[in-house]
Design a protein around this ligand. Structure first.
Ligand code: PCA
Length: 324
């Protein structure tokens, strides 16, 4: 080998190692369909980070549970199988009651109150996630939750015995209180579950009903505004700490934009999806007085249960929310 070819070889390998140490690709598993507004917001966030770091950190989103199913995403990021991901926060309520702060029936029922509740909860949630090796980046609420059925329902008695699709502890508890049979199913799987009769009813947003075309199997949507659950985007803490400060700054900037854009999408999607459910043949409207009153009773029971499970930390969130 001549001196010249040796020098060329060294330069080439230096260039290669520079690429290897400075350009990284992170896969970002997400649970909901690519067309869902959270997924659209996440895709924009990923582009923002990729472009903002000049390609040094490329984020690649994998919506619809295609890389990890919804229930596996948090563990995958905790253990470093993926370094960033998005998940429904209250999906972890069985690990710690605090994760269910956003699914207390009738505590925060509007976008404004949901934001207020998030102001009260963000600090404690950030700490809880940090204790689990996760860094919280941003969070976006779903539209208000209402009830879906395959028949007219005017009271809890009409719900008895129905198979009810649940997505967290609170939704399973509503099923129990109403004498229904809870069955846990990821949003990505619900069209099939309704088509085959594995589930006959659920509580969710107009958004999920629209995304999954539930009018193919269900006939009624009752606006209840029970709560607005949140999705959150989070990073493996070791991976976060391994980033240099300029990269962290870009990610934080993109995260703030995503939180803002996601909230606006959620607000606009609320009316749009209600009209789409109706346009596709569903009966859409407010729940009747009897049903509403009975659901409020469940709300009181569940609020007391949550406060008992979440202890002082939970009480502090509710107090801070009520004080504002
Ligand atoms: N859609 C998600 C969670 C809340 C919502 O509106 C779902 O049904 O899985």
């Amino acid at each position: 080998m001549t001196t010249k070819t040796l020098a060329l070889g060294v330069t080439a390998s230096m260039a290669l190692s520079a690429t290897a140490s400075f350009a990284e690709t992170w896969d970002m598993p997400m649970a909901y369909s690519a067309t869902n507004f959270h997924s659209a917001t996440g895709a924009e966030f990923a582009t923002c980070v990729t472009e903002g770091t000049g390609g040094a950190l490329e984020l690649v989103t994998h919506p619809g549970g295609s890389l990890f199913a919804g229930a596996e995403i948090k563990r995958a990021v905790q253990t470093g199988q993926a370094l960033i991901g998005e998940r429904l926060l209250s999906g972890h309520q069985n690990e710690d009651a605090l994760f269910g702060f956003d699914s207390i029936p009738f505590l925060a029922t509007s976008f404004e109150d949901s934001d207020k509740l998030w102001q009260a909860a963000e600090g404690p949630l950030t700490e809880l996630l940090a204790s689990q090796n996760l860094h919280l980046l941003y969070s976006v609420p779903w539209p208000p939750q209402g009830l879906y059925f395959n028949k007219e329902v005017n009271s809890v008695a009409d719900m008895e015995g129905l198979k009810f699709r649940s997505y967290n502890n609170a939704t399973a508890r509503i099923a129990e209180l109403a004498g229904m049979l809870p069955v846990t199913i990821e949003a990505a799987e619900i069209s099939q579950a309704f088509a085959t009769g594995v589930a006959e009813s659920m509580i969710s947003s107009g958004s999920t009903g629209y995304d999954r075309k539930v009018w193919e199997s269900l006939s009624h949507f009752y606006e209840v505004d029970a709560w607005l659950p949140r999705n959150y985007v989070f990073v493996n803490m070791d991976a976060w700490n391994g980033l240099d400060e300029p990269t962290q700054n870009v990610i934080n900037g993109c995260a703030s934009l995503a939180a803002y854009a996601g909230l606006w999408r959620s607000i606009q999607y609320t009316d749009f999806t209600m009209s789409e459910l109706a346009a596709n043949g569903m009966t859409v409207g407010p729940a009747g007085e009897e049903l509403k009153a009975e659901l409020r009773g469940f709300g009181e029971t569940m609020t007391a249960e949550w406060l008992e499970q979440a202890g002082e930390a939970g009480q502090a969130i509710v107090d801070a929310f009520n004080a504002e």
